[in-house]
Design a binder for this molecule. Structure first.
Ligand SMILES: Cc1ncc(C[n+]2csc(CCO)c2C)c(N)n1
Length: 209
């Protein structure tokens, strides 16, 4: 197994709790309460801002041209399509002004700030955020009719997004192969924290933390 697969296997119960979360089930069913969706997206707007900064850090710290360019292209996409969805979704839900970060969001912001220092760390946190979303969005099920739910699923699946996650996995494996044991241990710790935060982030949409 690859290093990325090992990290995922080590967090399997937490990973599955996030991918099978009530929020994901309701999103697929098209039954997420508008207040839950609004809370989720308002927090995710805060997440996304720092995520773009993390992508920028990965662009800056990549040790090869090819992945640097691939990450830079993805950065452009996130700043385009995804931002467009947020504008329309938050307007429809009547969200006003920026939210204060919930504890799970704050945990993510801190984690992303910490991970900006090296390519190994940045990749690890990017990998969780993208791979876990690809996983829940790739269900083989009927899609909801409402664009609010359907587009949020469509943004995280499909051939282009799968190729992007493959690149993150390949890069993580390559960097881990050449890394010392302390770096690999740190990558595993960051991966685990990120998976735990993904689950907590969904929980928080229902008013927990
Ligand atoms: C808490 C949280 N974790 C992961 C993602 C996923 N995500 C963030 S940016 C991006 C890039 C391409 O759309 C993806 C998939 C999210 N939105 N919110």
């Amino acid at each position: 197994m690859s290093f990325a697969d090992d990290m995922r296997a080590a967090t399997a119960s937490m990973w599955d709790a996030a991918v099978g979360h009530r929020f994901v089930d309701e999103l697929w069913a098209g039954t997420v309460d508008d207040a839950v969706m609004a809370r989720y997206l308002a927090q995710d707007a805060l997440f996304l801002d720092r995520f773009v900064a993390l992508l920028g850090a990965a662009v800056a710290t990549a040790d090869r041209t090819e992945p640097r360019l691939a990450i830079a292209r993805q950065l452009g996409l996130v700043a385009g399509d995804e931002d467009d969805y947020f504008g329309r979704a938050l307007a429809r839900l009547g969200a006003t002004g920026p939210a204060d970060p919930q504890p799970a969001t704050q945990g993510f912001l801190d984690l992303m700030d910490e991970a900006r220092g090296s390519y190994a760390d940045a990749l690890t946190v990017l990998l969780v955020a993208e791979w876990l979303y690809l996983d829940w969005a790739s269900r083989d099920a009927r899609k909801p009719d409402d664009w609010l739910h359907r587009e949020w699923i469509d943004l995280h699946r499909g051939p282009a997004f799968t190729t992007w996650v493959d690149l993150l996995r390949t890069e993580t494996d390559r960097i881990a192969r050449d890394a010392d044991p302390a770096t690999r241990e740190r990558m595993t710790e960051l991966f685990t924290r990120a998976v735990d935060l993904e689950r907590a982030f969904f929980d928080a949409s229902y008013g927990g933390s």
